[in-house]
Design a protein around this ligand. Structure first.
Ligand SMILES: NC(=O)c1ccc[n+]([C@@H]2O[C@H](COP(=O)([O-])OP(=O)(O)OC[C@H]3O[C@@H](n4cnc5c(N)ncnc54)[C@H](O)[C@@H]3O)[C@@H](O)[C@H]2O)c1
Length: 469
């Protein structure tokens, strides 16, 4: 397929000409002229990026339950677009976080709560709730919120067990409410463009996907060894806690149900038997390996200033950070934590129609993000979450998508490639228009990809390929 045909096919498969962000006729004429140019020429894929602003008659009102890292992230949407979203209440056990939210949105004191139960002891006070509490505290507030008539924006993983996930699904149907799951990658312009290219048929029929989630060594140590998700039993197995996004993206791109999954993985490094001789309880206790250990808390937090938001400090002052390392889990030796999450994990999947996918999650990388290769009968796509390149087998021509989303002012600081605010925009639209189909990650499709995660874990633990149903 030449470039002209490629552009035409993209145009046909979308809502009018706006899909490729240019007048299709002009673009195809231009493409026809350019097709005479050498086969090496790289076409820029100019998909329009959906604005973050959304058109609603009046602001959707929300109560934020869990005003930590994620609650604050989603609240940014209300700061930027107060005509679309208004925070009218919040609940958090941590008084400083609660107070910060109260001040930022001028929330009446009587609408600020400690425990989420207090929210549901009151009359319904908003259109929706955003649930961004820890993994093991999604189920209870979500079930209560639905019964009380709230629509819900729910952090992933939906719940730590398959049974609870399905109960939430049933509750959403019973009360006919919207539950939008924060599968933020689906709302990132990069993945939206990737999916559109696959759906256009430009690489022929989809045959297989190779997808990698590089966690990054310091992020692994921070979240899954020392931090909140160190225990698979207290939260959820890492294939859900971290990688439910990835299984969801794979399922979304394939567009067909997963039939079987097989997984392997283990905790390779972060355990006592690998502790270097003489390592004390904390990196701050004069560890003889501090100068060379890549996982030194002093190096990660104090020197490199990574992940310091967890300390709720007024400023990134090394002395203040050092004090936190002496008293919190974030200062503990990575070989002495009570962690059990896998630090490497692979899963293979077969989808309807024989499409296959392989997924790799790995702690031991210098970078995070995602790396994806998509194989079709006529072409190939390779991407790294910043750009992707489409190669046509017959002509050898390449097309590239490489939009700098973070440089678009309204997307500034929107994590997950812009998906963190994109998900709020679509949730606000869905609630305002009472139309769940405006959400890419409705509860039904999210449960399906969560089930893939539960079955992967079952396969890893049982050493058997598992049917997904
Ligand atoms: N969508 C994503 O990409 C993404 C990324 C990171 C984390 N998460 C998920 O988001 C959720 C929150 O993660 P986080 O990093 O914001 O954690 P966090 O610890 O920063 O915030 C959670 C907040 O919940 C509060 N809380 C705990 N129990 C409560 C209760 N009973 N009532 C009210 N508040 C309570 C805590 O005090 C804390 O402030 C987790 O489920 C996590 O897995 C999702």
């Amino acid at each position: 397929m030449d470039r002209l045909e490629f552009l035409k096919r993209l145009g046909v498969l979308t809502v009018g000409a706006s899909f490729i962000g240019v007048d299709v006729e002009a673009a195809t004429a231009e493409a026809a002229a350019d097709d005479a140019v050498a086969a090496k020429d790289v076409e820029k894929l100019d998909f329009p990026i959906k604005p973050l602003e959304t058109d609603v008659d009046k602001p959707v009102t929300v109560v934020i339950i869990g005003a930590g890292n994620r609650g604050r992230t989603y609240a940014k949407y209300a700061e930027r677009f107060p005509d679309a979203l208004r925070v009218v209440g919040c609940a958090d056990l941590n008084p400083a976080r609660r107070e910060a939210m109260r001040k930022k949105f001028d929330i009446p004191s009587e609408n600020c709560f400690s425990h989420f139960n207090e929210v549901f002891a009151r009359e319904k006070m908003a259109d929706a709730v955003i649930i961004s509490t820890p993994d093991n505290l999604h189920f209870e507030p979500c079930m209560k919120a639905l019964a009380a008539g709230y629509d819900v924006m729910l952090e992933k993983p939906v719940a730590p067990t398959e049974k609870e996930c399905k109960q939430i699904l049933a509750q959403a149907h019973k009360y006919n409410r919207i539950v939008g799951v924060c599968h933020v990658l689906r709302y990132a312009p990069y993945f939206i463009a990737l999916k559109q290219v696959v759906d256009s048929g430009v690489i022929g029929d989809l045959v297989s996907i190779q997808h990698m989630e590089p966690i990054q060594y310091a992020h692994m140590a921070h979240s899954y060894v020392r931090g909140n998700w160190h225990s698979s039993k207290e939260t959820s197995p890492i294939i859900l806690a971290k990688s439910c996004h990835d299984l969801d993206i794979i399922r979304w791109i394939v567009g067909k149900p997963c039939e079987t999954i097989a997984a392997e993985g283990s905790l390779h490094l972060f355990k006592r038997e690998n502790m270097p001789a003489g390592a004390p309880e904390r990196c701050t206790d004069g560890c003889p390996h501090e100068a060379t250990c890549p996982y030194s808390a002093i190096d990660i937090y104090e020197r490199k200033k990574r992940h310091t938001y967890v300390f709720d400090l007024p400023r990134k002052d090394p002395a203040l950070i050092h004090e936190k390392l002496k008293t919190t889990d974030y200062g503990r030796c990575v070989f002495r934590c009570d962690n059990d999450q896998c630090d490497h994990y692979v899963a293979t999947m077969r989808f309807q129609g024989g499409i296959t996918a392989s997924f790799t999650m790995d702690a031991f990388t210098p970078w995070g993000g995602r790396r994806t290769r998509i194989m079709g009968t006529r072409g190939f796509i390779e991407g790294d979450m910043k750009k992707f390149v489409v190669t046509d087998f017959r002509t050898g021509k390449q097309s590239v998508w490489d939009k700098k989303v973070s440089e678009i002012p309204e997307y500034k600081d929107a994590g997950h490639g812009g998906g963190d605010l994109g998900v709020v925009r679509d949730f606000v639209s869905a609630v305002a228009h009472k139309d769940e189909s405006l959400l890419s990650s409705s509860i039904d499709v999210s449960i399906e990809s969560h089930v893939m995660g539960f079955k992967a874990e079952k396969s890893r633990l049982s050493n058997k390929k598992v049917a997904v149903k």
